[in-house]
Write a protein that binds this ligand. Structure first.
Ligand code: CA
Length: 377
């Protein structure tokens, strides 16, 4: 079997209501989907996180290197593509593009052998995954203390056992909103906060100390990803576990975070940090360092499906026992018109639980009409 062609699909959809995190407003959701055709007729699908037109350009640039290669040689293709661009792209857009290619190759590999990708990665260790709700973004009008408390209670009513709140809008307001959300969801539900690296260590420590009484599951990206010393300062100063890694890339980037013990919870994005091949390697490194791994996920259902195949083989966070802590799926609950539309059968949580697709490859079927409908110009 040989790779016959590689196509990219850049998709876009306007939102009915804009929403904001700590650094920007969104009014459009975009996606970059990778389609790899083989000479045997098998087709693989992948997704790249990041700026869609840029990741698409990288995939199209390297596509001629891949045509004619054996798509089952995922590590070989990863290494050769990485080496081909190493001098210009050890992090960022190049690796995001490579992630989409790698995921599509794993989809082909699973289809070739007639099993889900997780079976070829040594699993599954589990066939369902607990999801937490990512949402609780800012709106153009209304008091966030009220609408975020109401939104969080809604996720709990849907069955989610944990929710993640966006912070980074000023320390006093963050603390006020965190208290309101905790009151709304009650004591038995997980509550995490995510600053999207809006703060420096001084501000992050101050916020961390103010919200410690609200039983925070983790503090995500308190400081910029490059600020290793800032991570260590925040980690030493507060009792809340530190999470991050959606802006870090490959085993080489995570090696440095692990050696420094900068994070309690790694959050590589499967569609950004190097694909399923690289995430499995990072997961094994994380175990050796006693560090938890919960994938970042913020894309279409292709990204969700890839995350689920990985989650099926991530080791439990704690050693086998009656009180074992399992890795969890980030489930974005914000508006994303493309997310479920591109699958013939959507992946949705039921009572906060998501089933790992058990069909071949990623276990999904793409709706080509939706690809055409959302095609960006
Ligand atoms: Ca985040």
């Amino acid at each position: 079997m040989k790779i016959a062609s590689i196509r990219t699909h850049v998709l876009a959809a306007r939102l009915s209501q804009p929403f904001a995190y700590s650094r920007a407003w969104y009014d459009t959701r975009m996606a970059m989907i990778v389609e790899i055709q083989t000479d045997s007729g098998l087709v693989g699908w992948g997704e790249s996180y990041g700026p869609a037109w840029m990741t698409s350009a990288v995939v199209r640039t390297v596509a001629p290197w891949l045509v004619g290669q054996d798509p089952l040689c995922t590590d070989l293709i990863w290494q050769e593509t990485y080496a081909g661009l190493r001098d210009h792209g050890q992090k960022g857009v190049v690796i995001e593009a490579l992630s989409g290619i790698d995921i599509a190759l794993w989809d082909i590999k699973g289809k070739h052998f007639g099993v889900p990708a997780c079976r070829l990665m040594g699993g599954p260790l589990r066939d369902t995954v607990q999801a937490y709700a990512t949402g609780l973004y800012r709106r153009k009008s209304g008091d966030p203390v009220h609408y975020l408390a109401e939104e969080a209670a809604g996720y709990v009513a849907e069955g989610f056992k944990a929710v993640k709140l966006k912070v980074g809008f000023g320390i006093e307001e963050d603390a006020r909103v965190t208290r309101a959300v905790r009151q709304a969801i009650g004591p038995g539900i997980g509550l995490m906060v995510d600053a999207n690296h809006a703060y420096d260590a001084v501000a992050a420590i101050r916020l961390g100390r103010m919200i410690e009484p609200y039983d925070i599951g983790w503090f995500e990206e308190p400081v910029p990803p490059e600020d290793l010393v800032g991570h260590l300062a925040v980690k030493a100063a507060i009792s809340i576990p530190l999470a991050g890694g959606e802006c870090e890339f490959t085993r080489f980037g995570f090696r440095d975070l692990l050696v420094a013990h900068a994070l309690d919870i790694l959050q590589p994005d499967t569609c950004a940090t190097g694909g399923l091949s690289e995430c499995k390697k990072i997961a094994d490194m994380a175990v050796a360092f006693g560090t938890r791994y919960n994938p970042h996920c913020w894309g279409t259902s292709i990204a969700i499906a890839a995350s689920l195949q990985l989650l099926a083989v991530l080791p439990a966070h704690t050693p086998p026992s009656l009180a074992v802590t399992e890795p969890t799926l980030e489930f974005d609950r914000t508006e994303h018109p493309i997310r479920q539309a591109i699958l013939t059968t959507p992946i949705e949580p039921v009572g906060g639980i998501v089933r790992v697709p058990d069909g071949p490859g990623l276990g999904i079927e793409i709706d080509r009409d939706a690809l055409a409908r959302f095609a960006a110009r």
